[in-house]
Design a protein around this ligand. Structure first.
Ligand code: 5U1
Length: 664
């Protein structure tokens, strides 16, 4: 084969791999195989520089920084979108269009609205010619050199059926995982970090040196076309997007065709539930009239199309000021610094406190009292301080110093080597830990003591009625009635609930003890494998490590817990107080269809968090491993599965999807 043919074949192969990876979301090669081919191509092009073409995969990164960004006028203005913020406004939007179109129902393309940067990319004769930011909608900046570094964007369109000129519009984003990695690395190198993935994507595209942009984990999803030289042969927007995909350009795979306001509302809800599990930020969804002729008929209002609207979600991030910083004592004595904030609405909820995690984090982010900060609240996660707005730091900002003694019991705090957190070692003799331990013991997944809420537990501990979980079983009615706002009937109900909780299951009892790192799944393993409390309290770390899914850290936590004689005393008192459980049954093969199987999880899952999926697999009898090896029986691959999937395929490991896990 001639050098030219080899080079062309290598390019084709690399483009095909990229298409499967970025567009079809279905990789067919491993990263290392891709890299090998890339190196072969690079070497051949070096030997034969006259054969280099501008659309070769090796030509993504220009080797010189730009002097500045040229301005580019968009041939067709890049419009913005109108907004609806509620289902009432959505119904009004739909009704307005129904009236104008004289129809009974309208079909929409419903799409996630990515929180990135809108860009326009022009292809001439299939070759990426020019890319620009949206700018003010009429004039944007020439970011061609930077856009070319994004591997998801083809330098040459796929196939042969593309128009002479095609402008594709869409959003450049930075993935959440890429953003976290980028910020971590930037901190290590003492470089500028970004407040959120959107700012990171924007900052990356406004880089004058494309070699720097090339190192940023950027992604692109197309959502419409602009200028096109040929007449479109499609009658719907969704068909147009599907065609864009065949040209090798990524299109979001969550886009859906829906009917009417109710279909839009369902989509809004469904994407809202997925929001936290997605690897990119979204700030809403977009509804677009699907029929292109109807779009044309409906036309525009000033700067936005009448036929489309965005339906926003509450923002997950806001800025506010730090009024003070103090510390909280956790269930296991961990000391967490907490920022007391000027109240601010984040994700639809008023936030007054945000975690600062630990002393290292405060130092790393250089957070001070008086600072203006970005606060983020996503899903069930505790609000956290993400970044300081240094430009707004007041002159009198105050550094925070971690306490040396527990703010609740005054015991000297410890920092265990290798751990980031400070701890109060006083255990159940610290009132804060007492309260947490009793709350955990009574919680739904533990002994599930109805009517024993956090406030009541605080009152009981503050009034000296209970000191350990075992104390609950010695409570007297008159003691309860003596508490603030506790009537006789409520006191009776609480005592009945406590009595009813005495009979439980062994795994729930173990979970209720609140051993660090022992969640429900580990508690179940301990119960099923060791069967008696004595075997658990006498087990060595080596014995524990032999059990399915118990690693050295968990094993150490368990032995540390039982080495503390106060904990053994509490277990003893609980049993003496009358706590019982049925003998634990060894699960049947039917209940544990995955018994003995080693399973690896990869990619992002939409229905479960990774932790829940792991728990479910363990409950089904599987051992969950972190990496693929020849001993892996099965890989459960979610969305965007990458190198683990490729490795599994190379090793011939069976691969299943999330639906399979759900069906089990
Ligand atoms: N998914 C999507 N995002 N987004 C943003 N589609 C979409 N369309 C847009 C914008 C600004 O604008 C056109 C409908 C005008």
């Amino acid at each position: 084969m001639s050098n030219q043919n080899t080079i062309e074949q290598l390019r084709q192969q690399l483009n095909e791999y990229a298409y499967h990876y970025y567009v079809l979301d279905d990789p067919i090669t491993s990263d290392s195989q891709y890299d090998d081919l890339y190196k072969q191509l690079l070497a051949l092009e070096k030997q034969h520089p006259h054969l280099i073409t501008t659309d070769s995969p090796t030509q993504r990164v220009a080797d010189k920084p730009l002097d500045g960004f040229k301005q580019i006028k968009h041939e067709i203005p890049m419009l913005s979108l109108g907004n609806v913020f509620s289902s009432t406004e959505l119904v009004e939007f739909d009704k307005r269009l129904l009236d104008l179109a004289q129809l009974n129902a309208i079909e929409y393309s419903a799409e996630p609205k990515l929180d990135g940067l809108a860009v326009s990319i022009v292809y001439l004769d299939g070759k990426l010619f020019q890319a620009a930011t949206r700018g003010d909608g009429t004039i944007g900046e020439d970011i061609t050199a930077n856009i070319k570094t994004i591997k998801a964007i083809p330098l040459h369109l796929r196939g042969k059926n593309y128009p002479a000129k095609l402008e594709v519009r869409g959003e450049v984003i930075m993935t959440k995982s890429g953003f976290d990695n980028y910020n971590k690395q930037a901190e290590i190198k003492g470089e500028k970090t970004f407040a959120n993935p959107r700012n990171a994507a924007a900052g990356s595209l406004r880089q004058l040196d494309p070699r720097k942009t090339a190192k940023r984990p950027l992604m692109f999803y197309a959502y419409s076309i602009g200028v096109i030289s040929d007449e479109l042969s499609f009658s719907t927007h969704i068909d147009t997007l599907n065609w864009i995909k065949t040209l090798g350009i990524p299109v979001n795979n969550l886009n859906q065709q829906v009917i009417g306001a109710s279909g839009c509302q369902e989509f809004h809800q469904m994407i809202g539930q997925l929001r936290d599990t997605l690897n990119y930020d979204i700030d809403g969804v977009v509804y677009k009239v699907n029929n292109l002729a109807l779009q044309k008929k409906l036309g525009f209002v000033t700067k936005s199309p009448r036929w489309a609207t965005a339906h926003k979600y509450p923002a997950q991030e806001a800025t506010t000021t730090i009024e003070n910083i103090d510390v909280q004592v956790g269930r296991t004595g961990s000391i967490t610094p907490v920022a007391r904030l000027n109240p601010v609405v984040v994700g639809g909820v008023t936030v007054t406190n945000a975690t600062l995690h630990n002393e290292d984090e405060i130092r790393r982010k250089d957070v001070r009292i008086g600072d203006t900060v970005f606060v983020r609240r996503a899903g069930d996660v505790i609000p956290e301080v993400v970044k300081v707005v240094l430009q707004k730091r007041p002159k009198n900002s105050k550094k925070f110093k971690m306490p040396t003694h527990c703010p609740v019991c005054d015991t000297k705090l410890h920092r265990i080597e290798g751990e980031a957190v400070l701890r109060c070692p006083a255990g159940l003799f610290c009132d804060a830990q007492r309260k947490h331990a009793i709350k955990h013991f009574a919680s739904r997944k533990a002994l599930n003591i109805d009517g024993l809420g956090d406030k009541l537990i605080d009152l009981m501990v503050d009034n000296g009625l209970v000191k350990t979980p075992a104390g609950l079983f010695h409570l007297e009615k008159n003691e309860l009635i003596s508490l603030e706002r506790m009537a006789e009937k409520s006191a009776n109900n609480v005592l009945i609930s406590i009595e009813n909780s005495k009979h439980t299951s062994f795994d729930k009892f173990i979970y209720a003890l609140g051993i660090r790192e022992v969640g429900e799944a580990t508690a179940l393993t301990l119960a099923q494998q060791l069967k008696t409390i004595d075997r658990i309290t006498n087990a060595t770390t080596e014995e524990l490590e032999q059990l399915p899914d118990i690693g050295p850290i968990v094993a150490k936590r368990i032995t540390q817990f039982v080495q503390d004689k106060h904990n053994l005393l509490v277990i003893d008192e609980l049993i003496k107080a009358g706590i019982t459980w049925d003998e634990i049954q060894t699960p049947t093969a039917d209940e544990q269809p995955l018994l003995g199987k080693t399973i690896v999880l990869t990619g992002s899952l939409s229905q479960y968090t990774r932790a829940t999926a792991k728990d479910k697999l363990i409950q089904l009898g599987a051992k969950v491993a972190g990496s693929i090896s020849k001993n892996t029986d099965l890989l459960v691959a979610g969305e965007k599965a990458g190198s683990k999937l490729a490795k599994a395929e190379t090793l011939g490991v069976e691969v299943r999807d999330e639906a399979w896990l759900v069906s089990l």
